[in-house]
Design a protein around this ligand. Structure first.
Ligand SMILES: *[C@@H]1O[C@H](CO)[C@@H](O)[C@H](O)[C@H]1NC(C)=O
Ligand SMILES: *[C@@H]1O[C@H](CO)[C@@H](O)[C@H](O)[C@H]1NC(C)=O
Length: 234
């Protein structure tokens, strides 16, 4: 009798697993890199769903200031290059930043305004990208893991898998953006922050790195900046 139950259970398991890809369970499989065969796979619009980063103040900044963020990826003139326009909503205002990246050997590299190296990790979400990155600011390299999707939001199971990937990489708890706050439209009202970021060159990056390490200073600075953008409240 016991034998029969075991055989039946094994049979059921076999039947259930037919046609399903094996669930990702351990850190080795959860952090496997995926190959990007060409830039077409990456082009189009991506919603920013979650972000984990070792930049000391990043989680707090995102929680307090960032409402939503999305990126528009278009082909650059060079065959392996991509133009990335990132649109962020901060206190109901929309800003964008543009940068060019090169795709080589399944790795996306930015040299300006920051040095960023990105690879893509496996995901069971059919229209997501899980982006593992190293960003160099001044002398420090910070790591991060981003979840992007073609959809405005993902399922709890997809989010859970991403959280596990973050844990596997020993990164800080991710910030999950509240995607119901609405995305910026890509129109003339969006303010371009690209020139401001580029104007100072590597010097500014080193200064920014120093600043990022000083949590209190940057929060005060940002609070000041955003207070000045907001209509005064009584
Ligand atoms: C391409 O990437 C793979 C794995 O990510 C690595 O093993 C290989 O050395 C890389 N090749 C080049 C030319 O960078
Ligand atoms: C980031 O740096 C770490 C440590 O050197 C390395 O293990 C990891 O593969 C790098 N990730 C990317 C996306 O280059």
């Amino acid at each position: 009798m016991k034998m029969a139950i075991i055989v039946l259970a094994a049979l059921l398991l076999t039947l259930l697993s037919v046609g399903q890809s094996a669930p990702l369970t351990d850190c080795d499989s959860l952090t496997r890199r995926v190959e990007i065969t060409g830039r077409d796979q990456l082009l189009g619009n991506w919603r920013h769903i979650g972000e984990s980063s070792t930049v000391p103040v990043a989680p707090n900044m995102m929680k307090r200031f960032l409402e939503t963020s999305w990126a528009q990826l278009t082909a650059a003139d060079e065959p392996d290059s991509i133009i990335i326009k990132q649109l962020q909503k901060v206190f109901g205002r929309c800003f964008f930043l543009k940068a060019k990246a090169t795709l080589m050997n399944s790795t996306l590299s930015f040299v300006s305004p920051f040095t960023i190296v990105e690879v893509f990790l496996t995901t069971s979400c059919p229209d997501c990208l899980v982006v593992s990155s190293n960003t160099t600011l001044g002398l420090t390299t910070y790591s991060g893991l981003q979840l992007l999707s073609r959809r405005d939001s993902v399922t709890p199971a997809e989010l859970d898998e991403y959280r596990k990937q973050v844990k596997c990489l020993n990164l800080p708890d991710p910030v999950i953006l509240n995607t119901e706050r609405g995305y910026c439209l890509d129109d003339a009202s969006v303010q371009d922050l690209t020139p401001a970021i580029h104007s100072g060159g590597t010097d500014v990056m080193a200064q920014m790195d120093e600043l990022l390490k000083n949590k209190a200073a940057i929060e005060q600075l940002l609070q000041g900046v955003f207070n000045s953008l907001l209509p005064s409240q009584n």
